[in-house]
Design a protein around this ligand. Sequence first.
Ligand code: HEC
Ligand code: HEC
Length: 370
Amino acid sequence: MPISKPVFSAFFSALLLSACARPQQPPLLFGPPLRPADVVAQNIPSVAPLPDFSEIPAPPDNPVTQGKVELGFRLWFEPRLSANNRMTCATCHHHMRGFSNAEPNAAGVSGQRGRRNVPTIYGALFQKESFWDGRAKNLEAQALGPVTDPVEMNESLPNVLRQLSEVPYYQHKFQEVFGTPPTADGMAKALASFERALLMAPTPFERYQQGEPQALSPEQVRGMNLFFSPRARCSECHQGPAFSDQLFHNLGVGLDQPNPDLGRFEVTRMPWDRGAFKTPTLLNIAKTAPYMHDGSLASLQEVIAFYNRGGEPNPQQDPRLRPLNLTAQEQTDLLAFLQSLSAPDNLRAMGRLPGIRLPQAELEQLLAGR
Ligand code: HEC
Ligand code: HEC
């Protein structure tokens, strides 16, 4: 906490006191925020060849560049983005947990829980609209939402920008990348670029498709055939490189609860969108339990059992859902296939990009997920 800002300090102390009174203080994942003096300009040597960021599809006004990815990487782990200076994007989207948090939902800075499961960031590149209900039109529009969301980081953008502009790294980096001091627009563009650049190493399924037959076990091949068959119908919605049609469907998840989350309906107010949610990516799916927008299904076995019984019938349910009558063997095969959609991430390689300029010890701590 910079001590040179009495007004903000008083605000922060009040917040801290109220936060201390609550039992659910979020964990301090990556150590205290860097003080300006810690931010030595330090280039981390690159071991991996640099990816060609210019090939990554992006909106015309925000092409992916190495500078933006570096800045986005750094902002992703920046506690100054939160009201208590303890929470980062990675607190909830944690790279050791498939960029989710292994919980049904997430606690924000105040300990208050949001109602939805934390989606992975993998496949963000292929996203049309963001969030379970698609309320953000792209990653840029999404990126600052969590900063100001009262049940997430609960911080004001002017506060964030003021703090960032006191850090030499950010002064220089924003100038270099955008030709301006830190701005909200630049933050959004850099965070979105980091997310787009986050490509996984090829999954066993992708290696199989690229002509490596031994990348999948016989069980996984049977599960794959079932996944893409008219019998199981999974690929009618889970399709494309991220296994999502980017559309919204009602499976009935959570609709039997009191005051259910109505999902897409809250955005469009169209009756047919009641209880519909975006088809989530299945990349790294084995790492992001629990599942569904409310985290109500604890395991992939439970998800398969849910589809097998035809979901949770309700008037708006997607007609593609119906009881599947899969045998026990077929369910095991499907599970094995879903497990073939995971691969180690490339965060460590990205962390070695020259220009990340984090002290080596902190970078190591961060990549190790501490
Ligand atoms: C307190 C936990 C928390 C923090 C901190 C957080 N997120 Fe999220 N994030 C979520 C949840 C929960 C959702 C889903 C919300 C919804 O769909 O309504 C989400 C959704 C997203 C999505 C949309 C993914 C999709 O599939 O549609 C992106 C992208 C994202 N967050 C990026 C960020 C960035 C960037 C930061 C840091 C500035 C951040 N998040 C901080 C919990 C968090
Ligand atoms: C009608 C479109 C549709 C079909 C068909 C479909 N899914 Fe889904 N899938 C979705 C949607 C939408 C969700 C999120 C629903 C929610 O949270 O309310 C989802 C969620 C999931 C999840 C959890 C993802 C997460 O991150 O929480 C898995 C795993 C999954 N589906 C696998 C499958 C499998 C396997 C099949 C075939 C048996 C299948 N899906 C068929 C649309 C579909």
